[in-house]
Design a protein around this ligand. Structure first.
Ligand code: C2E
Ligand code: MG
Ligand code: MG
Length: 414
C-alpha cells in the first residue's frame, strides 16, 4: 500500500512543486511490553497508538503500519517546520500512558523524518532515509525526532551497527563488568557490589548499558549477554570470598526477557554449580515492570527463592508500584531509585517519598538500599532515616574488579 501510494503520488505529481514529509515511527520499549504483558496486550497497544496517530495529523495525511511496532506517516504539502510540529505533537500524545485492560502502559515514539524531494527522489530512498533518521532518534535517547538532512552519515554509531557488532562482542571479549560497592550505612562497611556491564568497543570506546541493553533486549541477544554477566559476576564473587571478603554479596541485573524465559531457574542453578558460589551470596535485581503479570512473577520468584538466592526490586518507585504485590512477593530488598535520592534537599516531595519507602520496607521486613548517593547530605539524610544500605558516587563509581579490590582494602583498613 505504502509503496503503491507513494509511487503513484510521486509519478502523478512529477516535477511539480510538491512537498511531502515521511515520518518513520518506532515505538520505544514495545518488545519489552510484548514480552512482559503478552502479545494480546501488545496488539491492543498498537491499535491505541494508531488511533492517537490519526488524531495528530490532518485528514489528507496518510498513515501506514510498516510492520511490528513501526508506522510510517506521509504528510502532504509539509515542509520542515510543519513536520517538526507534527512530530512534537505525536511524541506528546503517544507518551500519555495508555490504559489497557487494568494497566497503565507507557511507551513513546522515536521518529525519523525525511523530506521529499530534498532527501531523495524515489520512494525507496525517502523511506530508507527516514528509517535511518529513526535509528538516530533511538540512539539519541528515544522519545525524540531527527531529520535525515541534519544527520552526518558518519557520525559515530547507530543502533543497527551496534546490533551487528554486539553479536561479536562476547567472543571478542569486549564486554566487561564493573563493580559498584554496596555500603552498610550503620557499620560503614562494604557488604557487596552490584555488577554493571560495559562494552569496551575498539572504535567507539566505552559504550554504556543504556545504549546496548535495550537493543540486546529487542534482538534476544540479552539471553547470552545476561548469562555471561551472571557467570562472570559469580566467578568474581567466589574469588573474593576465597581472598577473605567473607559474606560478600554480588548483585546482578536481570532483564525482562531473561526473567520471562522458561528455564531461568535451571540456568541460574547451573551457573551456581559451575562457579561454586553459594546461592545466598547472589542477589538478582528485577524491576517492577517485569512483574506486571503478577501470578507468573510470583511463581518464578518462589522458585528462585527455593534455590536460595536473594531478590531485590531495582529502581523502586518508578514502575508500576502496585503495593499489593509487594506483600506477596518473596523479595529481600527494595532499591530506591536514584531519581528520588538525587533531589533530596532540593525537593521536599522526594524527601517524603524516600522516608516513606524506607519505613514501608521496614514494616514489610525488607532491606532498603538507596541508589545514587552523591554527597554527604544524602548520606546523613539516609542514615538519619535508617536506610540500611547505599550505593553511589559518594562511595565509588562502578570500577573494574582490580580497582574494586583496592577499594575494599581501604574500607576494611579503616
Ligand atoms: P541500575 O541497575 O539501576 O544501576 C545503577 C546505575 O546507576 C548504574 O548505571 C550506576 O553507574 C549508576 N549510578 C550509581 N551511583 C550513581 C550516582 O551516585 N550518581 C549517578 N548519577 N549515577 C549512579 P549504569 O552502570 O550506566 O547502568 C545503567 C543500567 O543498565 C542499570 O541500572 C541496569 O538497569 C542496566 N544494566 C547494567 N548492567 C546490566 C546487566 O548486566 N544486565 C542487565 N539486564 N542490565 C544491566
Ligand atoms: Mg541494578
Ligand atoms: Mg537502579
Amino acid at each position: 500500500m505504502l509503496e503503491k501510494y507513494l509511487s503513484t503520488c510521486l509519478e502523478h505529481e512529477g516535477n511539480k512543486e510538491v512537498k511531502k514529509a515521511i515520518l518513520f515511527i518506532d515505538l520505544d520499549r514495545f518488545k519489552v511490553i510484548n514480552d512482559t504483558l503478552g502479545h494480546a496486550m501488545g496488539d491492543l497497544l498498537l491499535k491505541e497508538v494508531a488511533k492517537r496517530l490519526r488524531g495528530s495529523v490532518k485528514a489528507k495525511d496518510e498513515i501506514f503500519r510498516q510492520g511490528g511496532d513501526e508506522f510510517i506517516v506521509i504528510l502532504e504539502d509539509a515542509d520542515r517546520d510543519e513536520a517538526a510540529k507534527v512530530a512534537e505533537r505525536m511524541i506528546q500524545v503517544l507518551s500519555v500512558p495508555h490504559k489497557i485492560n487494568q494497566y497503565d502502559v507507557f511507551t513513546s515514539p522515536s521518529i525519523g523524518i525525511s523530506l521529499y524531494p530534498d532527501d531523495g527522489d524515489t520512494v525507496e530512498k525517502v523511506i530508507k532515509h527516514a528509517d535511518f533518521a529513526m535509528y538516530q532518534a533511538k540512539s539519541a535517547g528515544k522519545k525524540t525526532y531527527k531529520f535525515y538532512s541534519l544527520i552526518k552519515e558518519d557520525s559515530s554509531y547507530n543502533s543497527l551497527q551496534l546490533e551487528m557488532e554486539l553479536h561479536k562482542a562476547i567472543d571478542k571479549k569486549q564486554l566487561v563488568l564493573h563493580y559498584q560497592p554496596r555500603v552498610n550505612l550503620k557499620s560503614g562497611r562494604i557488604i557487596g557490589a552490584e555488577a554493571l556491564i560495559r562494552w569496551n568497543h575498539p572504535k567507539w570506546g566505552m559504550i554504556p548499558p543504556e545504549k546496548f541493553i535495550p537493543i540486546a533486549e529487542e534482538t534476544g541477544q540479552i539471553l547470552f549477554i545476561g548469562e555471561w554477566a551472571m557467570y562472570t559476576a559469580c566467578i568474581q564473587a567466589k574469588e573474593w570470598h576465597k581472598k577473605g571478603f567473607s559474606g560478600f554479596i554480588i548483585s546482578v541485573n536481570l532483564s525482562a526477557r531473561q526473567f520471562s524465559r522458561a528455564n531461568l531457574v535451571d540456568a541460574i542453578a547451573d551457573i551456581l554449580k559451575r562457579t561454586g558460589l553459594e546461592p545466598q551470596y547472589l542477589e538478582l535485581e528485577i524491576t517492577e515492570s517485569m512483574t506486571a503479570d503478577i501470578e507468573r512473577a510470583i511463581t518464578t520468584l518462589r522458585e528462585l527463592k527455593c534455590l536460595g538466592v536473594r531478590i531485590s526490586i531495582d529502581d523502586f518507585g518508578t514502575g508500576f508500584s502496585s503495593l499489593n504485590y509487594l506483600k506477596r512477593f518473596p523479595v529481600n530488598t527494595l532499591k530506591i531509585d536514584q531519581s528520588f535520592v538525587r533531589e533530596l534537599h532540593n525537593n521536599y516531595h522526594d524527601e517524603t517519598i524516600v522516608k516513606t519507602i524506607i519505613s514501608m520496607a521496614h514494616n514489610l521486613n525488607l532491606n532498603v538500599v538507596a541508589e545514587g548517593i552523591e554527597n554527604r547530605e544524602h548520606l546523613e539524610f539516609l542514615q538519619q532515616h535508617l536506610c540500611n544500605e547505599s550505593q553511589g558516587y559518594y562511595f565509588s563509581k562502578p570500577v573494574p574488579s582490580s580497582l574494586f579490590e583496592e577499594i575494599i582494602d581501604s574500607f576494611f583498613g579503616q
